[in-house]
Design a binder for this molecule. Structure first.
Ligand code: NAI
Length: 409
């Protein structure tokens, strides 16, 4: 039999691990919840001890939520990953158990945009190279190869959340902004879309990548694309490590075809700060290497806390699954003067008619109904004009297709 969830905030057990940001804690406390906080991550064995009674679990990147943990998560409603990645959770197992997993993919986008534009200026002035020299005792005061960015052209590949922010900041420096995206995107400021990637490469003094890693974007900048860039242009990648072929970039830097590069993400990245790092660009002149810190700021941490905290609340209080990485997405409206049934079920034929028959059985009028499916899981939200008795909730929950059923009012 599936399980029951519907109770007041103070009874909801929220466990936040790994020092989740205080902004999230404040948000939850304000809403009447009493989250339990731990600074450290939990091992699988530790989680197995506590998970049966936890309703909401908040983690960062170190706590692994395995399928064994999820098998025992009898009360779990949702998992919030207070970070960007969600690899630490067995997403398929969470989906099988009807548990949505949320993260905060866009909370750090401003941080990435700021670093990108700062690095454009650093590359234009060959400042990183001169700094390295000076650390070693060499005073190289010279204007050779150093330019202002004003009136130069920046080409942004991928105009999603980060791309337009880079464009606006670059525009404030007086740069001409072009972008290329596979989708039609509204230009911000005075930016213009190019018709093709090749056109953008040919126009730009600085090319910066802000695309996701997909089969199409893997190695999207290799030798052939670098050959289409302006001689002496610079390349920046603060997106994902496998998008640029670093060997091809190395050749272009050594030959002087490309004047500089700023790389924050790598095909292979150390798992911890204790590992030594090497890449084909190590030691090259006018190359800025940073350890995947594009989004790593205090402000981004706070935004992540707020964003995931709000997402968890929207799910528990209204049933919204927008942004869940493993789950059908639904954004039901704010609950007003009605009772809402939330049913997570196995995605097989006939679920809707069985549930509607049970609702009709109590003579209730359905005000609104939303259904979305993803893989083996379906998510149904039904607003009705009558109180949902515990008997009805239980009979829906006892359908052999049901995974979890809650009621909100
Ligand atoms: P987003 O998903 O909002 O935007 C990506 C854009 O790229 C979309 O508009 C999409 O249509 C476009 N796109 C996809 N395939 C394309 C292709 N083949 N050619 C041109 N455009 C294409 O992503 P967001 O938030 O702007 O992030 C961009 C990248 O930055 C992602 O890879 C993300 O993982 C990475 N990132 C890196 C961080 C760091 O610490 N360095 C921190 C945050 C994000």
């Amino acid at each position: 039999m599936a399980k029951q969830y519907s109770f007041p905030p103070e009874k909801m057990k929220i466990l936040l691990l790994e020092g989740v940001h205080q902004a999230c804690v404040d948000r939850l406390v304000q809403a009447g919840y009493r989250p339990e906080l731990l600074k450290a991550a939990m091992s699988e064995e530790e989680l197995l001890q506590v998970i049966p009674t936890v309703h909401l679990l908040g983690i960062r990147s170190k706590t692994r939520v395995t399928s064994r943990v999820l098998d025992n998560a009898k009360s779990l409603l949702a998992i919030g990953c207070f970070c960007i990645g969600t690899d630490q959770v067995d997403l398929a197992a969470a989906q099988r158990h009807g548990v949505p997993v949320f993260n905060a993919p866009f909370s750090n986008t401003r941080s990435v945009a700021e670093l990108t534009v700062a690095e454009v200026v650093m590359l234009a002035r060959r400042a990183a190279h001169k700094s390295q020299l000076l650390h070693r005792g060499t005073w190289e005061k010279s204007a050779d190869g150093c330019v202002e960015v004003r009136n130069k052209t920046i080409g942004i590949i991928g105009y999603g959340h980060i791309g337009p922010q880079v464009g606006l900041l670059a525009e404030a420096f007086g740069m001409k902004v072009y972008y290329f995206d596979v989708l039609a995107k509204l230009p911000l400021g005075t930016a213009s879309a190019t018709a093709s990637l090749d056109e953008l490469l040919a126009l730009s003094d600085f090319v910066t990548l802000h695309v996701p890693e997909t089969p199409e974007t893997r190695d999207m900048i290799g030798g052939a694309q670098i050959a289409k860039m302006k001689p002496g242009a610079c390349l920046l990648n603060l997106s994902r490590g496998r998008i640029v072929d670093l060997e091809a970039l190395r050749d272009a830097l050594l030959s002087g075809r490309i004047a500089g590069a700023a790389i924050d993400v790598f095909p292979e990245e150390p798992k911890s700060n204790d590992e030594v790092f090497q890449c084909p660009l190590s030691g090259l002149e006018n190359v800025i290497l940073t350890p995947h810190i594009g989004g790593s700021t205090i402000e981004a941490q706070r935004n992540i806390g707020l964003e995931v905290g709000s997402t968890l609340l929207k799910f528990t209080e209204a049933g919204s699954t927008t942004g869940a990485v493993n789950f059908p997405q639904l954004e039901p409206p704010v609950l007003r003067d009605c009772h809402r049934i939330l049913n997570i079920h196995r995605n097989v034929p006939g679920v809707l008619s069985s549930i509607n028959a049970l609702i009709a059985g109590i003579g209730a009028n359905i005000r609104a109904q939303f259904l979305s499916t993803l893989g083996d899981v379906g998510y149904l939200v039904v607003d009705i004009d009558k109180e949902v008795s515990e008997v009805l909730r239980r009979s829906i929950d006892e359908l052999d297709t049901s995974l979890r059923t809650r009621v909100l009012f």
